[in-house]
Design a protein around this ligand. Sequence first.
Ligand SMILES: Nc1ncnc2c1ncn2[C@@H]1O[C@H](COP(=O)(O)OP(=O)(O)O)[C@@H](O)[C@H]1O
Ligand SMILES: [Mg+2]
Length: 245
Amino acid sequence: MLSIDAIDTRIGASTVHRGVSIEVGAGEVVAILGSNGAGKTSLLRAVMGLLPLHAGRIKLEDRDISEMPPHARNRLGLGYVPEGRRIFGPMTVRENLEIGAYGVDPSPAAMAASTQAMFHRFPILEEKASAAGSTLSGGQQQMLAIARALMSNPKLLLLDEPSLGLAPQMVLAVRDTIRMLQREQQLSVLLVEQNAGLALSVADRVYLMARGAIVDVGTPDRLADSPELRALYLGHAETEGEVVR
Ligand SMILES: Nc1ncnc2c1ncn2[C@@H]1O[C@H](COP(=O)(O)OP(=O)(O)O)[C@@H](O)[C@H]1O
Ligand SMILES: [Mg+2]
């Protein structure tokens, strides 16, 4: 589905990624686990076309998208849920959802059908359809951010730290949402997280990222015992893992 092949990126004069390669198969949930500043957000921005490549290629279903602008990548099937959710606070929940479909099919009929599908999947969003985005709880805003990205009917969802700032119960709800999307829609997901518990409990495969490079990759079962993971999450993974698993 997605193939990131030996990419380098820079921000200003400093190198952010060095030779990063990541594969996401069709219907697969892949997580990238790394601490703050590892390069997770920048990686998703590079996949979405918001950060240019200095070297390497990115392919979506065998099509080279490395030079495409973000809206073209969106139309080809990439959905993006940014870090911090980026809900438009003064706008209603319904309007926030509609924004997600503009780039793909802004016709009223398509908009109504997609909105209805999201209300069916996330009943709380229908209850709150006319409420301002800013009135939603953190967990509800995360659901809205995911639903907004789904409005363009993506094949692959890029999810940037959906657990950030959420209560443990809401992290479980995010985990269940990812599982449901994989099971019922065969959606492919590339999730980046600091929360080891969430990443290890939901992903088919996990990459470890540190200082802009991939330092390990494997199944959650194997990585749970990885010394690299311990080094990254000393005294951290156990507690968070307990909450989520
Ligand atoms: N706008 C920016 N200007 C300068 N440096 C940046 C900018 N955004 C990110 N960086 C740097 O790039 C590296 C990776 O950041 P980021 O991708 O946000 O990491 P993560 O999401 O894993 O916390 C960090 O060293 C960070 O300081
Ligand atoms: Mg980040």
